[in-house]
Design a protein around this ligand. Structure first.
Ligand code: COA
Length: 374
């Protein structure tokens, strides 16, 4: 085993081929099935992008209408999940709620372990419609408010605002949210997507793969970073305080959440688009000193570490200004990334090989078992 090269964290390992998306760190671009993601945010909505990821092409007008009708047909919160939600502690973390809810959807689906492509797409369509309803219902219970039923006239982005706040905000805010969903939708073999592919590679079902992926996304080195960004920004009062805070955190050897990326080393290509969306939200909602602190943190992290922000940095502040509670940021990421996970589940299954790496053993040499307990 001595000659085995260890790729800790699988850094630099190409684990499989994919036709879903590609990140070009040099060209600073991300494309979904060949389309630049920035262009998709300008000209398409989230439902178009989900169709692109799941079916391989943007929908025609007829396909779009049919797809949207299928999603909206699943809008009302499932009664079994609704009943379960009423039993959970109101202070349960929304990511734990989403993870468990996905599993419960599987428990109540008689075809839960079907691997058929059409059945999987139907299950995925239902999850796409239901996860926002779960997040909104739990959030309203946390606040002691009654749930707001879905509105089938609204798309996924606007309907989420409707169920969460009981109203749909200015179109610029809905558009900014839609932009974030499109940017978060897919990102190649990131940790949660790879988790979904590992589970799928054992020929396990969609619900198991998505439940595991939600668990992987929760961690602060992955999706949890958008929440951590807001916890940081909310402690800062002005530019000077922001600079001091970063200096102290770096002196303690801490990581600044929302900065750095495993693949992008010269900046995350999604950030400029999300920053424009953030500024559109800030124009509608008073950001107070937050924008100033946001800029100061960015400046000092670059000065000290030459690190640039990733998507979680502008998205975290944008979600805060939209009015969402910080604990909801990563569940919103789930709403979006479900689309990418499903595309990868289907792709993995279509040309499956069990994902099972090796390990270089560094434990004790072989030794006899003592005959008695000492
Ligand atoms: N803050 C401070 N230092 C950071 C950093 C950050 N956010 N991200 C990386 N670094 C530093 C590391 O400490 C390390 O420094 P060293 O070589 O002096 O030890 C160096 O940069 C390389 O870090 P490494 O962990 O090897 O890079 P990676 O590619 O494995 O890490 C992340 C990628 C995303 C895990 C990492 O950048 C990070 O932890 N970011 C914060 C969490 C985050 O925003 N996650 C969302 C990602 S989209």
């Amino acid at each position: 085993m001595d000659d085995q090269q260890v790729h800790k964290g699988l850094v630099g390992v190409v684990a499989d081929t994919t036709t879903i998306s590609t990140i070009d760190p040099q060209g600073n671009s991300l494309t979904y099935r060949g389309y630049r993601v920035e262009e998709l945010t300008e000209h398409r909505d989230f439902e178009d992008v989900v169709h692109l990821l799941w079916y391989g092409e943007l929908p025609t007008a007829g396909e779009y209408d049919a797809f949207v009708a299928r999603i909206r047909g699943y809008y009302g919160l499932d009664p079994a999940v609704d009943a379960w939600l009423r039993t959970v502690p109101v202070d349960a973390h929304p990511m734990d709620i989403v993870r468990t809810a996905v599993s419960i959807f599987g428990v109540h689906d008689p075809r839960h372990s079907a691997l058929d492509r059409d059945v999987t797409l139907e299950q995925a369509t239902r999850l796409l419609a239901q996860i926002p309803a779960v997040i909104a219902a739990h959030q309203r219970r946390r606040k002691g408010e009654t749930t707001v039923p879905a509105n089938r006239e609204l798309g996924l982005a606007a309907n989420f605002f409707h169920m969460y706040f009981g109203e749909v905000p200015h179109p610029d805010i809905v558009r900014a949210f839609e932009t974030s969903l499109i940017l978060y939708a897919e990102h190649s073999f990131n940790a949660s997507t790879f988790t979904a592919r590992v589970v799928t590679s054992t020929l396990s079902d969609l619900y198991s793969a998505i439940t595991a992926a939600v668990g992987a996304l929760k961690g602060p080195l992955h999706g949890g970073a958008n929440e951590a960004v807001m916890h940081m920004l909310s402690q800062l009062s002005d530019r000077e305080a922001a600079r001091r805070w970063v200096d102290n955190a770096l002196a303690r050897g801490e990581r600044i959440m929302g900065f750095g990326h495993r693949v992008y080393k010269n900046g995350d290509s999604r950030v400029p688009t999300m920053e424009r969306a953030l500024r559109a939200v800030a124009a509608q909602r008073d950001p107070g000193p937050l924008l100033e602190c946001y800029e100061a943190v960015q400046e000092v992290v670059y000065e000290r570490k030459k690190l640039r922000p990733n998507l979680d940095y502008p998205a975290g502040l944008a979600y805060h200004l939209m009015g969402f509670d910080t604990e909801i940021f990563t569940p919103i990421f789930v709403m979006a990334r479900l689309s990418g996970w499903v595309a990868h589940v289907l792709e993995q299954r279509a040309a499956n090989a069990l994902i099972r790496p090796l390990a270089a053993y560094t434990g004790p040499s072989p030794r006899p078992v003592p005959l008695e307990r000492r």
